[in-house]
Design a protein around this ligand. Structure first.
Ligand code: AMP
Length: 205
């Protein structure tokens, strides 16, 4: 199986080749085509399986297939992660795989000054990677708007729930449009060690 058969654009294939990946991982083979089709998915995949590229590559493609808004760009993709470390890692992947595309992204998490994050958000970003608490701080300060989100990713959803983010996630779900694509990743949806992926029409969130 090669990356060329998954329906990814030249810019993304180029970025993947730069990383030296010779073939997609099992989660990438399973996840990339349905995400490109706009389907919701629920996938069980541990860190280290290549899951980040599995959702980042098709998301980048979906965004780049549409014309960019004139003027201030709305947040079209929101990726929630439980920790600042994971947020940083996912942000780096978005940057790496999107390097040949004219899309903007940023990462926000707590424990650091909020003002530089506000300045970045003001410039307009297409893809926002965030931890739930700091995201809601920004919502409270009206420094970001989630009303145009087209794709919502819950990365390590099980860990977010374990860490007590359930109320924050409920609040965030109420702020993003109901009509959206939702991608949910967890280490523990399935007891099968190799992971599994379910394609859903509308996740019950
Ligand atoms: P992740 O599971 O997303 O944390 O990814 C784990 C590691 O696998 C990262 O360092 C990626 O750079 C790497 N990776 C992702 N996709 C591939 C691939 N198709 N072939 C080889 N390495 C990959």
């Amino acid at each position: 199986m090669s990356f060329n058969t998954l329906g990814l654009s030249t810019e993304l294939l180029h970025a993947v080749a730069d990383q030296g990946y010779s073939e997609p991982t099992p989660i990438q083979i399973q996840a990339i085509p349905p995400i490109l089709q706009g389907r919701d998915i629920m996938a069980s995949a541990q860190t280290g399986t290549g899951k980040t590229a599995g959702f980042t590559l098709p998301i980048l493609q979906r965004l780049s297939a549409q014309a960019l808004a004139k003027g201030r760009r709305p947040i079209r993709v929101l990726i929630l992660t439980p920790t600042r470390e994971l947020a940083t890692q996912v942000g780096e992947s978005v940057h790496t795989y999107g390097k040949y595309l004219p899309l903007r992204s940023t990462v926000i998490f707590g424990g650091v000054k909020i003002n530089p994050q506000i300045a970045k958000l003001r410039q307009g970003v297409d893809i926002l990677v965030a931890t739930p608490g700091r995201l809601l701080d920004h919502v409270g300060q009206k420094t970001l708007d989630l009303s145009q989100v087209e794709i919502l990713v819950l990365d390590e959803a099980d860990r977010m729930l374990d860490m007590g983010f359930v109320h924050d996630i409920r609040k965030i779900l109420a702020l993003v449009p109901q009509h959206r694509q939702t991608l949910m990743f967890s280490a523990t949806f399935s007891p099968r060690s190799k992971g599994s992926l379910t394609i859903c029409s509308g996740l019950p969130l």
